[in-house]
Ligand binder design. Structure first.
Ligand SMILES: *Cc1c(COP(=O)(O)O)cnc(C)c1O
Length: 401
């Protein structure tokens, strides 16, 4: 929610000037409790052991680090590796976060979870975790997204979740976030809000980054094991920024590793045609934290577009805003068409149909690899699989003919 009611500024929960906790008073106590519980959990060996067990037995971790030999040969430059988050249970990195937060919820003695979802991927991952832990679950989703993502709506219901239609605004992800936050205010005693990316008020950006960091910890160890060194470049797509933060954070102090975040360039760089928040946005408050935001001239949150529903968001995590300004991570974008071409290239060379979101990272990695020598290494975070996108892909390819 764009609520200009700062209850905290400076210090904890900030990444440089970004982050914070811009929420109504009623949520402050719940966020403080969450912060305390999260810190205690992370310092508790039995919580970490349980998290590791869940990631393994339910999530299917560790995920493979895969050398994309045929794609590498086709590009003719650096060696390309894929971190295979597409092989996780429910088909993307989202489950890493929802299992962790469901465990936190249990630890706090709460019996119900809520979540926001856009394309439905985070909703499905939340409904899955809720089913495993026997938690009641309600997922807030814009009615426009409900119409477009019928299969994921059905999956959530099959998993026992209630899907609540949100009718405000553009009736998409931003509106679902507003509604979930509003609902949380009235139910916060017994309900935990499983936020889906490294966005929102403190401590969510930190919690989600930590639960997703299993990606980067594994990738770092696997890379050292296979190649005896770290990659030269890591490339990840950025919607809210959770899969990117998950692979970047554990190597952020390895200064020899370059990092690239890829946003949705959509149809064009005209307002409303893309979702390149870090590339062309301005600092502002959205959904409880200060970060880069896509805004119009009046400071209203802009409309966004992307071929991939998971990147279609006008905000981004505050830590990415910090990494951008500090220069540690380079942010760029690729277009709908480039993502589609990359999706086809990976499908045909490696037999892997990537998610449209992940295809943005593949497209940029192909560009980077082609400019580098064969002794260099490019690592792609393959955040999810493309099965969910096949209807969409089919329609787009049919239109092009
Ligand atoms: C949701 C999603 C994303 C975008 O979310 P981030 O928080 O930026 O990671 C990217 N890839 C896939 C496969 C997704 O489902």
């Amino acid at each position: 929610m764009t609520d200009n009611n700062p209850t905290q500024s400076g210090g904890e929960g900030y990444f440089g000037q970004f982050g914070g906790r811009f929420v109504p008073e009623t949520l402050v106590a719940a966020l403080q409790q969450l912060d305390t519980e999260f810190n205690a959990a992370m310092a508790d060996p039995s919580f970490n052991a349980e998290l590791e067990r869940c990631n393994r037995e339910i999530g299917g971790r560790p995920s493979e680090l895969y050398f994309a030999k045929r794609l590498t040969e086709q590009i003719g430059g650096a060696k390309i590796y894929l971190k295979r988050e597409d092989l996780n249970h429910t088909g993307a990195h989202k489950i890493n976060n929802t299992l962790g937060q469901a465990l936190l919820c249990q630890r706090m003695g709460k019996k119900r979870v809520i979540a926001e979802t856009g394309a439905g991927q985070h909703g499905v991952a939340t409904a899955t975790a809720a089913a495993v832990f026997g938690l009641e679950c309600a997922v807030y989703m814009g009615s426009e997204d409900i119409r477009r993502q019928a299969l994921n709506v059905f999956r959530m219901k099959l998993l026992g979740a209630e899907v609540v239609a949100v009718e405000s605004g553009q009736r998409t992800l931003k509106d679902a976030c507003n509604e979930a936050m509003r609902e949380w205010m009235s139910s916060v005693e017994g309900t935990h809000y499983i936020l889906g990316s490294v966005t929102g008020p403190h401590p969510f950006p930190t919690i989600v980054r930590e639960f997703q960091s299993v990606i980067g910890r594994e990738a770092r160890a696997q890379m050292l094991e296979i190649e005896n060194r770290l990659p030269d470049v890591i490339v990840a797509c950025v919607g809210g920024g959770s899969n990117a933060a998950g692979i970047f954070a554990p190597m952020i102090d390895d200064t020899e590793v370059a990092m690239v975040g890829v946003e949705a360039g959509g149809r064009s760089m005209n307002p409303g045609d893309h979702a390149s928040t870090l590339c062309v946005g301005q600092p502002g408050v959205l959904h409880g934290s200060l970060s880069y935001v896509l805004q119009d001239d009046d400071g209203q949150t802009a409309d966004v577009h992307s071929i991939s529903a998971g990147l279609d968001y006008p905000g981004v995590g505050p830590e990415h805003s910090f990494w951008k300004d500090s220069g540690r991570v380079n942010y760029t974008y690729c277009t709908d068409d480039e993502a589609m071409d990359a999706l086809i290239a990976l499908s045909r060379t490696e037999g892997i149909i990537p998610a449209l979101e992940s295809s943005h990272a593949v497209a940029e990695a192909m560009k980077q690899a082609s400019k580098l020598d064969s002794n260099k290494i490019v690592l792609i975070n393959l955040s999810g699989r493309g099965d969910k996108d096949c209807n969409e892909i089919q329609e787009i390819l049919a239109r092009k003919q």
